[in-house]
Design a protein around this ligand. Structure first.
Ligand code: ADP
Ligand code: MG
Length: 240
């Protein structure tokens, strides 16, 4: 029981300063827990530190101070190899720019999401097909990214993020390159995945995306200035 109550993601007074002259304090002491089954939108204007925070959450970057725990594992205590393993098993990450490999088909792009999981080739393809069907692209398996629309490309990227059945999907402005109708479809998909049990954190400045989330965390100048989920849980006290 205790194990299931452990947050999927816990940030404790996390800070990030980019060195330079002058240095930039992009994240200034963020404390935040995300529990299994949540759909959280981290919102804030451009430059508020959303992408920096997402990179810290994904252990793609190292905080200047503070701690990041993923499913109970302290990211700071792990070697590069340990971190890669942790990411491969726990996380799926989706970016605004999709980052698909243009020379590979949709199914090959998604199967690539399992490369570090020690899954055999045929099984990788079988799971990739299932993931593409789940995002509504069962009819586009052999298509290369250049022959897909923006919305379809982002669905392929989402399928790649979830093919390993991660504990947590992190998305950075997933609708940033999409028109609003297409974006609405991607938002609906993220909601559906969440209803099916996926824990999702999406960072965005898009109100439409934020409105779809049950919990909104507002970031301003690298600090959390509002968290709609903070007073929702038992024992959670909201600050004015
Ligand atoms: P957002 O995603 O909300 O637009 P970012 O996390 O990208 O915000 O940026 C937060 C702040 O950190 C901004 O002032 C930005 O210019 C700065 N920043 C982001 N990345 C770097 C970097 N690699 N080096 C120096 N400053 C950076
Ligand atoms: Mg950003």
């Amino acid at each position: 029981m205790t194990a299931t109550m452990e947050p999927v993601l816990a940030l404790d007074d996390v800070r990030k300063v980019y060195p330079g002259s002058p240095p930039v304090a992009a994240v200034r002491g963020v404390t935040l827990s995300v529990h299994a089954g949540e759909l959280v939108a981290v919102v804030g204007s451009s430059g508020s530190g959303k992408s920096t925070l997402l990179h810290l959450m994904a252990a793609l970057d190292v905080p200047t101070a503070g701690r990041v725990r993923l499913a109970g594992h302290e990211a700071g205590g792990l070697s590069d190899r340990g971190l890669s393993g942790l990411r491969a098993h726990l996380l799926g990450v989706v970016f605004q720019q999709f980052f698909l490999l243009e020379r590979l088909s949709a199914v090959e792009n998604v199967a690539a999401g399992l490369l570090y999981r020690g899954v055999a080739g045929a099984e990788r393809r079988r799971r990739a097909r299932a993931a593409l069907e789940r995002v509504g692209l069962g009819h586009r398996l052999g298509h290369r990214p250049t022959t897909l629309s923006g919305g379809e490309r982002q669905r392929v990227a989402i399928a790649r993020a979830l093919v390993g059945e991660p504990r947590l999907v992190l998305a950075d402005e997933p609708t940033g390159n999409l028109d609003s109708a297409t974006a609405a479809g991607v938002v609906a998909l993220l909601r559906q995945l969440n209803r099916d049990g996926m824990t999702v954190v999406v960072v965005t400045h898009d109100r439409q995306v934020a409105a779809a989330a049950d919990r909104r965390v507002e970031l301003r100048d690298g600090r959390v200035v509002r968290d709609s989920g903070r007073d929702a849980g038992p024992g959670g006290g909201d600050r004015p």
